[in-house]
Design a protein around this ligand. Structure first.
Ligand code: ZN
Length: 318
């Protein structure tokens, strides 16, 4: 899953979805599974024509925005459940955000005087939505979790047997606030958090609380990312580096890395979550196509924050 604008969700769904479907069929080199917006224009005010879009999309999401109104989210879940579709949530409570917040509200932000983004702004919405899943029975997936509290809440929800899944992104597994520099390449939403959060995410990945690694790939121009932490746009690229960073994170165990990165957390789990009928290109337990991936780190964009990891794959591949 990469970060993209969901289908807008305006009334005439065949019109709004049709041209995208046509473009995907005509030009896509990879498999594309579109989401439909939960609310019209992702504005969080009224529900989209979920039924009208259901044929064209695999799930509903307002990614980029949290759905602030719990009652609206509950109605979305009821309708998504009736359609047997997944609700995919970007969890962020606007009322808990500080003006100008650009990095994790933690030790580093306080030391250097940056406005922060609290962990609570993420996990409060995870908590609310899990309560709604309990009520509605809707299948529910949380995008790019970054906090220890989110891991704990989702772990409990799974233990309860609720249909809840989640993902995190490579940068939350490899970086924490101690790695920050006042550069735009370290600015993403949610932000990289404390080392305690990072460790909790790794534990969550290992014990199955976190179902997959997704990139939240959000490219910007060099100009947009050249204004330091305060002024740069939110969002980083990650598509090109997800595999090498997952390999790096595996600590050099090639079989484990192949299983985790090639067959499991980066592809198969994501397909399963979306009820995708088509199988992904790799199977659990099989190595990914090593040769085709081997050049990827060399093409790593300079603006990616994980610059130090770029030779990891080459080292592992020997
Ligand atoms: Zn998002």
């Amino acid at each position: 899953m990469r970060h993209a604008q969901p289908e807008p969700g305006a009334g005439q769904s065949e019109k709004t979805c049709g041209w995208r479907k046509k473009a995907i069929r005509a030009g896509a080199r990879v498999r594309v599974y579109p989401y439909g917006a939960i609310t019209v224009g992702q504005r969080g005010e009224e529900l989209s024509d979920l039924e009208g879009m259901a044929e064209s999309v695999v799930a509903f999401s307002d990614d980029g925005h949290g759905v602030q109104d719990g009652e609206l989210m509950e109605r979305a879940m009821l309708r998504a459940k009736a359609l047997d579709k997944l609700i995919v949530a970007h969890c962020e409570v606007n009322a808990l955000l500080t003006k100008g917040g650009c990095i994790h509200d933690g030790r580093w932000a306080r030391a250097y005087g940056f406005p922060g983004i609290s962990s609570e702004s993420e996990w409060r919405m995870v908590e609310r939505d899990i309560g709604l899943v309990r009520k509605t029975g809707c299948r529910y997936h949380v995008c790019h979790i970054s906090t220890e509290e989110s891991v704990m809440l989702i772990r409990q929800a799974k233990a309860e047997g609720l249909p809840v899944t989640c993902e995190t992104a490579p940068h939350y597994l490899l970086l924490c606030e101690d790695d920050l520099q006042d550069e735009g390449r370290f600015k993403m939403n949610p932000p990289v958090r404390s080392s305690q959060d990072r460790d909790a995410l790794l534990d969550g990945l290992l014990d199955g609380t976190i179902d997959c690694i997704a990139t939240d790939h959000a490219p910007h121009s060099a100009e947009e990312k050249a204004k330091g932490l305060r002024g740069s746009a939110f969002g980083i690229v990650g598509l090109e580096t997800a595999l090498p960073t997952a390999l790096y994170e595996s600590g050099g165990d090639r079989d484990c890395a192949a299983d985790a990165a090639g067959g499991g957390t980066l592809s198969e789990s994501a397909a399963n979550l979306q009820n995708s009928r088509r199988k992904t290109g790799t199977r659990r337990g099989r190595r990914p196509d090593g040769d085709s991936h081997r050049c990827a780190p060399c093409h790593q964009p300079r603006r990616f924050p994980l610059a130090g990891t770029r030779h990891a794959l080459c080292r592992l591949a020997g």
